[in-house]
Design a protein around this ligand. Structure first.
Ligand SMILES: [Zn+2]
Length: 354
């Protein structure tokens, strides 16, 4: 991928004109259909206000989009996609049947190799990928009023019970109760420290994570499990507030956030996160001081782990926890981001004193 990214206006123009020169440079998601495409997609173009842009197919997938069956945006992800992987992607994107190890053997594709490839490129195994594509399609059907039996057949399930089980294990409830269920709406937010994937229920923000972070997939799964809710692209009141407040924060005009945070976790994690939110803007605390405050001076490692499990970056300010003696210590989003955020907060403090 090139580091130079086209401007939104340029991308919109390229997409509306179905310009193939932009294939592989960006991808478009259509919020109303929850489907993502490459720019040259021949399908009818949506209204511009429903379009959002991605710079990797993975971002679109993690935001809750499904791949378009017409333009196959995953297959064109990289020119270097090996032929066997393209075959697999076609199978997953166009398939209404379950893809098994036997399918892979019939295509002479090595299962372990396929697993590694998908893990590396899409953050999940091929089986997970294919399954999530099929199930989110079923969910969309149910929401349009399709009968459960029909959704099961269309989803390629041999039995209704198989469909119910797969559905329940992904969305935490049977398909019959899936209509109008709680959803986590998600969108990408650009910031000076990179792209963040934000997720929120009606109650508050439950996810704010750097899209290039390895933990992202795990965090997404945890969030879906904890809230028993699928992730779908879109926006709501909470995300709109978050976006505005993040903008103010990065402009040096905001020191604390008012948007609600919902972050379920173990009682210990809850305490760590709560204590962390008390560290003032521009200040830092060490792991050991934090552990002592929590009444267990030996719990430094646990504090560090709770730090790593934080799903709501910046709002729960892990970056303000440093090592004894002023060393920065680790940060899920990477050392440079921690440094950047701390510098930013200190800079804003100096500006205000003047
Ligand atoms: Zn398309």
């Amino acid at each position: 991928m090139t580091s130079k990214k086209p401007a939104a206006r340029e991308m919109m123009r390229a997409f509306m004109n179905a310009d193939p020169a932009y294939d592989g440079i960006f991808w478009t998601g259509v919020k109303t259909t929850q489907i993502f495409c490459r720019p040259s997609c021949p399908a009818r173009k949506p209204k511009p206000e429903n379009v959002e842009f991605f710079f990797t197919p993975k971002e679109a997938l993690f935001t809750g989009y499904r791949a378009c069956k017409r333009c196959r945006p995953m297959a064109s992800a990289e020119e270097a996609t090996p032929a066997w992987a393209t075959q697999l992607l076609r199978l997953a994107e166009g398939s209404t049947t379950r893809i098994t190890a036997k399918h892979l053997r019939d295509l002479s594709i090595d299962e372990a190799r396929a697993r590694r490839y998908f893990q590396r490129n899409f953050g999940m195994t091929f089986a997970q990928f294919a399954r999530s594509q099929r199930l989110s399609q079923s969910l969309a059907q149910l929401n349009r009023g399709t009968k459960i039996d029909d959704a099961a057949i269309d989803g390629g399930y041999e039995s209704l019970s198989g469909f119910r089980d797969a559905f329940a294990s992904t969305f935490g409830k049977p398909p019959g109760r899936a209509r109008n269920q709680v959803r986590i709406v998600s969108k990408l937010i650009n910031t000076p420290v990179g792209r963040l994937l934000a997720g929120a229920t009606e109650e508050g923000v439950c996810l704010l994570e750097y899209t290039d972070r390895k933990m992202l997939e795990k965090q997404l799964k945890t969030v879906q499990r904890r809230f028993k809710a699928p992730i779908v692209p879109g926006s709501n009141k909470q995300l709109a507030t978050l976006e505005r407040e993040l903008f103010e924060y990065f402009s040096g005009k905001r020191r604390s956030f008012s948007v609600a945070v919902v972050s379920p976790g173990s009682p210990f994690q809850q305490r760590v996160w709560k204590e962390r939110q008390r560290i003032p803007y521009g200040k830092t605390t060490s792991y050991s001081v934090l552990a002592a405050k929590l009444g267990s001076p030996g719990a430094m490692r646990a504090v560090g782990n709770a730090n790593a499990m934080n799903r709501v970056s910046i709002l729960i300010p892990c970056h303000r926890v440093v090592r004894e003696g002023g060393q920065l210590g680790g940060y899920g989003g990477g050392f440079w981001r921690k440094q950047w955020l701390l510098d930013h907060e200190r800079g804003a403090r100096t500006r205000q004193r003047k």
